[in-house]
Design a protein around this ligand. Structure first.
Ligand SMILES: [Zn+2]
Length: 370
């Protein structure tokens, strides 16, 4: 639904070279990333009519931020969205590339997650903000509202920080939707009504999604509600739906997992008879695989989840998991189906017809692994 309005797709880099307004040079103070694996950002331009064109250039960091900007700007002409991170990209480790910095320099607005999720962007954001680019964190209304879970340590210099994975509670995301709609209405007052109408309709959908997910996740017996993953991204998800979390790595993937972390997880899995552990799409599977192997060698029995979980990155564009609603829902299906395959009693509620996306048959009919 969201993508139907998108007409022209241009490679951002080509655009940057050909549009005079984009020809500003990167600030010399900003660090230039050394991550050659990242693909050049792709700009999507909505077809434009001269009189109603907003001409807004928005750069987004994470896949969640990109999805939200697309949802809220639906029906507004002339918006150019440049997404920096794609599916499977770990935002804790992502270094802005030279072309990312060029795109952000040319933007009216940069929309990012915040709460140190984009750990390598701090200096760049400071420089951009000094140049008058609006830098907006979608975590802001959640933090301001007091719904951020605090008390974590990220590094020696960053202690008592908030958990940045706040989007995993759909009620938090509702706050982000309204906050970003207000920010867009301020930057582009001519289209304020559209941003607010899109936000209202989408918040209603998120309410339906929350009820569906909550019913499913709470169908599992309370004593069995454990989610074991590679990094600690699901605290809000657990708090939303009454599950307890255990992760090998901490809040950020910047801290490496040690032998002690793996052994601790192995003991936890055996002591609590956890039947399934989950790999995340943006994190290499080796630590979870090490846990499974160690549990097996100690006579335990734990299986790997039916599919990868989406933690810090959503799925590929134009897929169910490539939307925020689909990403949350696919995680719920993945957990419930995996537990069902491990002979746990679960009840997966029917998908609500009122939602704008629907799960594909390959998710609904997924078979248990041998
Ligand atoms: Zn994370």
């Amino acid at each position: 639904m969201i993508h139907r309005a998108l007409k022209v797709i241009l490679l951002c880099f080509v655009l940057m070279l050909s549009v005079a307004a984009c020809a500003q040079t990167a600030p010399t103070t900003a660090p230039v990333g050394d991550a050659p694996a990242a693909e050049p950002p792709v700009a999507t331009t909505v077809a434009t009519t001269e009189e109603s064109s907003s001409g807004l250039r928005i750069v987004t960091t994470t896949t969640q931020a990109t999805d939200l900007v697309k949802v809220l700007t639906t029906g507004v002409d002339g918006i150019e969205i440049t997404a920096l991170m794609g599916a499977g990209v770990d935002p804790h480790l992502y270094q802005p590339t030279e072309s990312d910095i060029v795109a952000m320099n040319a933007a009216n607005m940069v929309v990012y997650n915040g709460l140190h999720l984009e750990g390598q962007f701090d200096t760049v954001f400071e420089a951009l903000s000094e140049q008058g680019v609006v830098i907006y964190a979608v975590s802001k209304p959640v933090k301001d509202g007091g719904f951020a879970i605090g008390g974590f340590t990220l590094s020696e210099s960053l202690v008592d920080v908030d958990d940045p994975h706040f989007w995993f509670d759909p009620r938090n995301w509702e706050l982000s939707v309204q906050g970003l709609a207000d920010a867009l209405a301020q930057v582009d007052a001519a289209n304020a009504e559209t941003y607010q109408a899109n936000a209202a309709a989408y918040i209603e959908e998120l309410g339906v999604l929350f009820e569906w997910a909550d019913t499913g996740m709470r169908s599992v017996d309370e004593a069995q509600r454990y989610l074991v993953t590679s990094h600690d991204a699901f605290q809000y998800f657990g708090a939303s739906f009454g599950w307890r979390m255990m992760a090998i790595q901490g809040l950020s993937t910047e801290d490496e997992a040690g032998v002690g972390d793996i052994q601790e997880t192995v003991d936890f899995v055996i002591d609590n008879a956890i039947p399934v552990v989950f790999v995340e799409s943006s994190i290499p599977p080796d630590t979870i695989e090490a846990v499974i192997e160690a549990v097996a060698s100690q006579g335990g029995d734990v299986r790997i989840g039916l599919r990868e979980m989406y933690s810090d990155a959503m799925g590929e564009p134009d897929t169910f998991g490539g939307t925020y609603i689909g990403m949350i829902a696919e995680n719920v299906y993945t957990i419930l189906q995996s537990y069902q395959c491990a002979d746990t009693t679960v009840e997966i509620p029917a998908w609500p017809d009122s939602l704008s996306v629907s799960p594909p048959a390959e998710i609904l009919d997924a078979a248990c692994a041998e």
